[in-house]
Design a protein around this ligand. Structure first.
Ligand code: ADP
Length: 494
């Protein structure tokens, strides 16, 4: 019984052992699986972590991209607003209109919460010309503080732009407090003559920070405003000066017109006086000359030679006086328009020839050479033949008088557009530069040796000038001492 009991125990033990071994074997298999699963799980966890990291990176990049896009949009809007502002303010020269235009569109387009343009007046006082997001009261308290802050104005004058990103801490905090903002740009409006004002923009909320791009944008805008203001002020100055000048010109013109009227009145009185006196003098002079001539003939009794000599002098002086009176009368007549020009077409070369014939004896006396050069295209011209003849006689007579023997008198006539230009030249004593402009004044005679010997009236050239001017021509003289003199005059062809 005991043996079978032991056997049963042994068998049972064996079976148990086998079962346990199988179980151990099976459990070992499971552990292997668990291990494998755990390895897989940690692998999965790692991949999951990696995925999570990547997702976070993607979200971060996306946020940054959005921010960059926003910044880009803001800059594009800013640039657009700046371009619009430049166009608007550069097309007006009126200072008020510049600020009107800035007011209407620009400040809103720039996209800042607060903005203001402050401008100095003549007394260096600041005025808010354009503002947005700031109450009148705020501006009223900002201005005095800015005016007082010489450090700030000096720095602005030196062209410094301040911003919440580039300004030193102390300055930054001061401006933040002054304008009650967190982010800002403050840029000077400069011109060639110094600071004209400032442009300020700012944002109060922390979310809308200022960028370097904003700083550049505002400083460009300030420059643009400076240029436009300078142009407008220059234009205003020029306009004002031109108005002052115009009123001065008008005033002077009125004065000149009244002076001219007075001169004309005096000149008329003078001409009338001269012609009245000359008429009165001519009659007695003719009698004096007549009696002197009669006495000289001896018909009234013998005349001793000493008396005859004096009578001859009376005769010559009377002739001079008559000539002077006639010249004076003619000048007065031409001046008052009482002499009527008998205009007709006549050949100038023919006229010169006849004057030459008339003066040949005097020229022969001094053995003077005569040269005439009339251009081919000079034909007939419209003139008062008698008066133009007097011009030639006077000028050639003078040339003969002031040219030493063996000299030359030359006449040159050429056509210049619608005018005939004539030159009467001599190789005479010449005239000093100082005397040239006085030659055409009444009674002016140069103090020279010939004039001391030969009598003259100093009226010939005055008469010549009047005749030329009545013909709508001009006369002038060029001369060189010891070389000769040339009188130039023009006459219109028709
Ligand atoms: P007058 O000959 O009677 O003195 P004019 O009016 O004809 O008066 O001339 C004024 C002055 O101009 C003359 O006195 C003379 O001094 C100067 N003058 C004119 N023509 C000449 C000339 N060809 N050469 C030098 N001097 C001249």
């Amino acid at each position: 019984m005991e043996t079978s009991g032991n056997f049963f125990i042994i068998i049972t033990g064996l079976v148990l052992f086998i079962i346990i071994s199988i179980l151990i074997f099976l459990l070992m298999g499971k552990f292997e699986l668990i291990n494998q699963l755990q390895v897989g799980l940690s692998k999965m966890r790692r991949s999951f972590n990696e995925l999570d990291e990547q997702a976070k990176l993607i979200v971060k990049t996306d946020l940054e991209l959005n921010k960059a896009q926003e910044e880009l949009d803001r800059r594009l809007n800013g640039l657009d607003a700046l371009q619009k502002a430049s166009r608007l303010i550069s097309t007006t020269l009126d200072e008020n209109e510049i600020f009107n235009r800035l007011n209407q569109s620009l400040m809103t387009d720039l996209g800042f919460e607060k903005s203001i343009i402050l401008v100095f007046d003549d007394k260096k006082k600041l005025h808010g010309r354009v503002h947005l997001g700031l109450a009148e009261g705020d501006i009223g308290s900002i201005i005095p503080q800015m005016e007082k802050d010489t450090h700030l104005t000096t720095a602005l004058l030196e062209g410094h732009t301040f911003s919440s990103i580039t300004s030193p801490k102390q300055r930054r905090e001061y401006i933040q407090k002054l304008f009650d903002v967190e982010h800002f740009v403050l840029s000077p409006i400069l011109s060639q003559n110094g600071i004209l004002g400032v442009v300020f923009v700012g944002n109060k909320s922390n979310a809308s920070a200022i960028t370097v791009g904003d700083e550049e944008l505002i400083s460009i805008l300030a420059n643009q405003i400076g240029q436009s203001l300078e142009n407008a002020r220059l234009f205003e100055q020029v306009f004002r000066s031109s108005q002052i000048l115009e009123s001065k010109v008008q005033e002077r013109t009125r004065e000149l017109a009244s002076v001219l009227e007075e001169v004309q009145r005096i000149s008329k009185t003078k001409s009338e006086f001269i012609s009245a006196v000359s008429h009165e003098l001519r009659t007695p002079l003719t009698s004096i000359k007549g009696y002197a001539s009669l006495l000289m003939t001896g018909k009234l009794g013998d005349v001793p030679s000493s008396v005859k000599e004096r009578l001859e002098k009376i005769n010559t002086h009377s002739d001079n006086l008559v000539k002077m009176i006639n010249d004076l009368l003619d000048i007065a007549r031409i001046e008052s328009g009482r002499i009527e020009m008998k205009m007709e077409n006549y050949n100038l070369a023919k006229l010169i020839d006849s004057v030459h014939d008339l003066l040949t004896p005097q020229m022969r006396d001094k053995n003077l050479q005569w040269q005439v050069e009339v251009a081919q295209d000079v034909h007939e011209i419209l003139m008062d033949i008698h008066q133009v003849e007097r011009v030639f006689i006077n000028l050639i007579n003078n040339a003969i008088k002031f040219t030493p023997p063996q000299g030359t008198i030359a006449i040159k006539v050429a056509k210049n557009n619608n005018f005939i230009e004539t030159e009467v030249s001599d190789t005479g004593i010449g005239i000093k530069e100082d005397d040239l402009e006085k030659l055409f004044s009444e009674f002016y005679r140069v103090d020279n040796e010939i004039n001391q010997k030969v009598k003259g009236t100093g009226l010939g050239l005055v008469l010549v000038k009047k005749i030329i001017e009545v013909h709508r021509g001009k006369i002038w003289v060029t001369s060189k001492i010891g070389v000769g003199t040339t009188f130039h005059f023009t006459l219109p062809v028709s």
